[in-house]
Design a protein around this ligand. Sequence first.
Ligand SMILES: O=c1ccn([C@@H]2O[C@H](COP(=O)(O)O)[C@@H](O)[C@H]2O)c(=O)[nH]1
Length: 235
Amino acid sequence: MPGRSTRLIVALDTKDTAQAVRWREQAAGHADAVKLGLEFTYARGLDAVRAAAGDSPLFLDLKLHDIPNTVASAIGSLAALRPAMLTIHASGGRAMIAAARRAVDETFPSGSRPLLLAVTVLTSMDTQGLHEVGVPGSVEEQVVRLGRLAMESGADGLVCSSHEITPLRRALGDGPVLVVPGIRPAGSALGDQKRVMTPAQARAAGADWIVVGRPITRAPDPAAAAAAIAAELSA
Ligand SMILES: O=c1ccn([C@@H]2O[C@H](COP(=O)(O)O)[C@@H](O)[C@H]2O)c(=O)[nH]1
């Protein structure tokens, strides 16, 4: 896929292994990685996760969030999955993120270590939602606050919306890998997402990876939808 600086992860959000494999195959050649997360893992278990991902790089989006010892132990249970990326919640705090960092380094051999990504503020949240959980100020301020904490504590990158890429780069430089869900091609349904941009806008903002689920998997022709998004990223 020459010329693309923003890569595409397709989110295989289903409980059905055959369906996940079908979507992966339909997106093959257009997507650079697949995401498997809570829905699939709780329904099918860890063994099925590797099978569903096949040979594709795996974005394992389990969004771990617990006391440091539990998060570290959970990461130790993920070795066989050989993920390329895995997620924790930045709001778990400094000690939890640092414990996750140590666990990644101890669990995976150097050279095949997953990127440790910290979720800042979910893309389904807006300012009002943030205030409701007791966080004053703007989403942007909270994303930068949590992003700084996560990077100081050993994360390799952050999950954020496209709207926070510029402020994160201003605050933290080019180091963090930025993985960006909340992607909606023009005209597609928002669903539960609040902070969205199109693939082209996310690329222009500087996303390293975008994560796209329903606009591909619920499209009448998932292969064509994935191809269109890949073309938008390459244009
Ligand atoms: O803040 C976040 C973190 C993760 N996600 C995940 O990305 C995909 C997006 O799916 P769509 O169907 O394209 O909305 C999904 O698997 C989420 O769990 C996110 O959306 N926002």
